[in-house]
Write a protein that binds this ligand. Sequence first.
Ligand SMILES: Nc1ncnc2c1ncn2[C@@H]1O[C@H](COP(=O)(O)OP(=O)(O)OP(=O)(O)O)[C@@H](O)[C@H]1O
Ligand SMILES: [Mg+2]
Length: 228
Amino acid sequence: MTIVKFSNVGMRYSTGPEVLHDLSFELQQGSFHFLTGPSGAGKTSLLKLLYLGQHPTRGIIHMLGRDLTAVPRRELPMLRRQIGIVFQDFRLLPHLSAFDNVALPLRTSGLAEKDIKRNVTELLEWVGIGDKMEARPPTLSGGEQQRIAIARAVINRPKLLVADEPTGNVDSEIGTRIMHLFEELNRHGTTVLIATHDDEIVTRFRHPQMRLENGTLTEGPKRKVKAA
Ligand SMILES: Nc1ncnc2c1ncn2[C@@H]1O[C@H](COP(=O)(O)OP(=O)(O)OP(=O)(O)O)[C@@H](O)[C@H]1O
Ligand SMILES: [Mg+2]
């Protein structure tokens, strides 16, 4: 099944120049790709289109079987709930504890509190934050905040996970753990796209690459991205 399909998509920010040009590709369910390319190439901009944070200025995006231009605004939150996002700048809620930040997607889905407690605790322990679950994000290091952001993005097993430099602030041992977490999620059917500068991760984990240069796809699935 096709999870994402871009057809001749271009994007600009307000009145600025176009930063993404003629992107046409598909991501199949269960695929796992790295999104690579130089700083300023448009990786974060492409992820914004994927998590519905930005509209294309031309072309058509199909997401989870829907043509985004035809989805009524009131249905967007339902679509967004199926997408896990790790932002380059984390975007945790500063007044909530690490635990509550990660629990939030589960609470909105109505899961019982005792199951929330078990799931969130297990995941935060896995990413090495088990002893800091009650801390608020501003009192934690960048790498700790990043791991909480990752836990929040994966806690409800989204259909699509997009992560922007998710290993950018952690050492290589934790980076490896995070990659294993993404691979585990992927084995359960989540389609994964990870923007990264980290050549070591790209070489070690051998997933196919989508490469952007100056807003254009120069490598990878021009038309059809097969499951990895
Ligand atoms: N909010 C914005 N408003 C206007 N232009 C923007 C905005 N965000 C990014 N751009 C421009 O879009 C282009 C692509 O930026 P983007 O952040 O997508 O690159 P990137 O590949 O993620 O880079 P990096 O590896 O440094 O994170 C750049 O030329 C940038 O100046
Ligand atoms: Mg970026």
